[in-house]
Design a protein around this ligand. Structure first.
Ligand code: SF4
Ligand code: SF4
Length: 95
């Protein structure tokens, strides 16, 4: 079973520490949304290494991240919805 990280935005937005974003080894995968005040994961890029889970749980002492089966991941393709920081969300090509 392939698991990826999932962030609870309601819990994360109470902390705003951003610590996990410094540790993800994958580029443009664990990002911070200023509008929602929460870290978020582009589930289409997460490799499931668990580094962010350990950072949030053991270092930040927040417990906002858990690993879930990819089939159960909520949020879909985050970058398609929210875009990269400072950029507009990607748009579907016109038919
Ligand atoms: S370490 Fe936890 S509380 Fe801090 S930004 Fe990441 S998910 Fe949010
Ligand atoms: S599980 Fe690993 S690859 Fe996925 S968001 Fe967390 S640190 Fe990044």
């Amino acid at each position: 079973m392939y698991k990826i990280a999932q962030i609870d935005p309601a819990k994360c937005s109470q902390s705003k520490c951003r610590l996990c974003t410094l540790y993800c080894p994958e580029p443009n995968t664990l990002l911070y949304d200023e509008g929602r005040n929460t870290a978020f994961i582009a589930i289409d890029r997460c490799k499931g290494c668990g580094a962010c889970l350990r950072v949030c749980t053991d270092i930040a002492k927040r417990g906002c991240i858990r690993m879930v089966p990819v089939e159960e991941a909520q949020g879909g393709f985050e970058m398609a919805k929210y875009g990269l920081p400072g950029r507009a969300p990607a748009r579907s090509p016109k038919a």
